[in-house]
Design a protein around this ligand. Structure first.
Ligand code: ADP
Ligand code: ZN
Ligand code: ZN
Length: 678
């Protein structure tokens, strides 16, 4: 009797839920990846179990691929599906290496024996022999002839495609500076932590958190275990990567979105085989195929990029905690502005001061009430007085919207219920949600008037109002890394951009940071608005004054007394977090509940709202349905659940969505579930 392979075919279809039985190919086991015939197509599939018998008639697999998932990832698939109302197949698709890429091998030549006294060699041949061992390169034919004579050994070895980025290299051999006493204490506690324990390393920017990670990683490697390091978007955090590569060399694998499929495949294989024992990467690296993980680091743990926006809408921090538990690894979340959740749940280690003993920058809140223009005169003067500054404005484009001064008509996106943003350089008005673009109008489409007013200021316009050379970094910038490098190398200038400018870069000589419109984040309709604002101001403060001068930060606001601002100005994260936690407890927001958001959308008028109200009725205690703005031609409606118990709630949501989806499907309603939305 042949063995039975239970497989999960990789498909995005929600209704097809495995496992399905196939005849188990020779050599296949749990985690094996194969190609199977499925519903008339050839699909990739992951083997989730091997059994002795099946009640079904079975087909043969088409091909057994030379890659396999480690067992803990096989088990993680269904778990992820349950946690985020998704399917195991979608979960596995996040874990597999890119397809259709072959392992790259190269010919290596080495000397097999020295030529005897009487063996005649041409000058070229002796020279070749003298240069071995090395890659065969262009002289393969000549080496083959030497191989025939038994002088040279040629062998194919698998070869890593060196990523075309700065992050490959040899270890420098340096072991880092002696630790400060705070760092030493944090490291000691970290290394003494129990397997599976989760810690929060709360350290002000510049307090030497990265150095603590590096030391801890060295200890964990020495103990024979591996290390997983998660960072926010890689393009924005090159420094931490280069520090790991400098310290640990080739054993570091880097996974990010700019890798070619071949490079990604190689890094995946190096991790799977154990050749690479440290993995650094953004969100998706949480699924790195590593064994025996001893330490998981989540750097800048407050960063919203840890949440995936597509299905499965997983949170890499939550998955990291689960993997740490599976491996008995210690998890360390690090930040200067931790989330309230982490502050409450994790054991805290703290680095209260900067390594260089410099005082934290002075933060000044400027009251915008009664002021005119985007920049307060004091802010303008401060920019004139500073050699290098960072200016943050969370709005791209020239102005927010255009309206007719005669009849009031406002230009909106035909697909979405939002106004079109003016981008002057490209001569267009565009939708920031769906990408719709139009030429800048010359006259009103309603009344023909040529008097068109521009409202609000975005980064494109602010650029023209700033004193000095401006380096603009926003969604319009083609290459964020290049802009950052140019600013880093410049002697003077202003880095202007949306919130990316406040993230993790280390510029030693920035004197001033400016938040142009703090109310924009503060007024955002979300229970995390205060936390985000606090974090933004604090992170920006961390970017300035890292050299010899004390830095300065200016925050412009119409609500200068908001605690998120005043406490950020005092660099008082603990008080802010305690207040934030009691506010959330009173309102039953996370971490005192789990939020689940369900969004129904449909191009048919009324259909989304109907489906949402059916869901609302099926889920007692849920809030809504609340209509959302139309997006890409689809009406949308949402309901929100504040759940005491995550697992019961997710199960109830799954059941309700399954039931409602059947009827709604006919009206082309799409239902998306987001557990713990950001
Ligand atoms: P964080 O990650 O908390 O922002 P870093 O680890 O980047 O801080 O440290 C800030 C700076 O201080 C870096 O340039 C780093 O090389 C340096 N540094 C860290 N620890 C020490 C130390 N013990 N002695 C001297 N310099 C240090
Ligand atoms: Zn008009
Ligand atoms: Zn649109």
């Amino acid at each position: 009797m042949p063995k039975v392979a239970q497989v999960e075919p990789i498909t995005t279809a929600r209704v097809l839920r495995g496992p399905f039985d196939y005849i188990c190919p020779e050599g296949a086991g749990v985690g094996s990846v194969m190609v199977v015939p499925f519903a008339g197509r050839d699909l990739l599939a992951v083997v989730t179990a091997v059994t002795d018998s099946s009640e079904h008639e079975m087909s043969e697999a088409i091909e057994l691929l030379p890659v396999s998932l480690p067992r803990d990832l096989v088990a993680l698939g269904p778990w992820l599906a349950d946690e985020y109302c998704s399917t195991p197949a979608r979960a596995y698709s996040l874990m597999l290496p890119p397809r259709g890429v072959k392992e790259r091998s190269a010919l290596y030549a080495s000397v097999l024996r020295e030529p005897g006294e009487d063996e005649r060699l041409t000058a070229n041949q002796s020279e070749l022999l003298g240069s071995l061992p090395r890659l065969a390169g262009g002289d393969v034919a000549a080496l083959r002839r030497l191989e025939k004579r038994g002088l040279v050994l040629l062998e194919a070895k698998s070869q890593r495609r060196a990523p075309k980025h700065a992050e490959v290299g040899k270890a420098s051999g340096a072991s880092g500076p002696p630790l400060t006493s705070d760092q030493a204490e944090a490291l000691e506690e970290l290394l003494a932590a129990a397997p599976g324990e989760q810690l929060l390393l709360h350290g002000v920017t510049g307090s030497g958190k990265t150095e603590v990670y590096l030391r801890a990683a060295a200890e964990v490697l020495a103990a024979g275990k591996t290390v997983l390091v998660l960072v926010p978007e890689i393009a924005l955090t090159p420094q931490i990567i280069s520090r790991f590569v400098e310290r640990f060399g080739e054993t570091v694998a880097v996974i990010h979105s700019k890798l070619s499929p071949g490079e990604r495949f190689d890094e995946w294989m190096r991790l799977r085989s154990g050749e690479a024992r440290i993995c650094i990467g953004a969100r998706s690296a949480v699924f790195a195929p590593m064994s025996e993980i001893g330490l998981i680091i989540v750097d800048e743990e407050h960063d919203s990029s840890y949440k995936n926006e597509g299905d499965p809408r997983y949170d890499a921090r939550h998955v990291a905690a689960r993997r740490a538990e599976d491996h008995g690894a210690v998890l360390v979340a690090g930040s200067a502005t931790p989330r309230a959740e982490s502050w409450q749940r994790l054991r805290r280690l703290s680095l209260p001061s900067r390594v260089d003993q410099m005082p934290l920058p002075e933060v000044e809140i400027i009251d915008l009430r009664g002021a005119s223009g985007v920049l307060h005169p004091d802010t303008f003067q401060a920019l004139v007085d500073s050699r290098k500054s960072i200016v943050l404005l969370n709005r791209r484009g020239w102005s927010n919207y255009l309206s007719c001064s005669s009849c009031g008509y406002a230009w909106e996106c035909p697909q979405c219920d939002v106004t079109l943003v003016l981008h002057r350089a490209s001569g267009s008005i565009s939708c920031h949600h769906c990408g719709h673009r139009e030429r800048v109008p010359e006259r009103c489409v309603e009344c023909g008037s040529v008097s068109i007013a521009r409202h609000g200021t975005g980064t494109e316009r602010l650029e023209t109002e700033l004193p000095g050379i401006v380096f603009r970094l926003d969604g319009d910038a083609a290459d964020a890394g290049a802009v950052l490098r140019a600013f880093e190398q410049a002697d003077e200038g202003i880095l202007l951009g949306t919130q990316v400018v406040a993230k993790g870069h280390d510029f030693p000589d920035v004197e001033l940071g400016v938040v142009v419109d703090a109310d924009q984040t503060l007024r955002f309709p979300d229970f995390r608005a205060e936390e985000r604002t606090f974090s933004l101001v604090t992170q920006l403060a961390g970017r300035s004054g890292r050299g010899s001068e004390r830095g300065r930060v200016i925050v412009q606001s119409f609500s200068p007394d908001a605690p998120a601002l005043t406490l950020a100005a005092q660099h008082d994260a603990p008080t802010f977090l305690e207040q934030e936690l009691s506010r959330r407890e009173a309102l039953r927001y996370p971490p005192f509940s789990t939020l689940i958001r369900i969004v129904c959308s449909s191009p048919q008028p009324g259909a989304a709202q109907d489906a949402a109200s059916q869901l609302q009725q099926a889920l007692p205690g849920s809030l809504g349905p609340a209509p959302l703005f139309r997006l890409r031609g689809r009406e949308r409606s949402q309901i929100v659940i504040k759940a005491e118990d995550r697992h019961t709630a997710v199960a109830a949501v799954n059941a309700a969505v399954g039931k409602v989806a059947k009827g709604a499907g006919r009206k082309s309603v799409a239902i998306s579930v987001d557990v713990e939305p950001q």
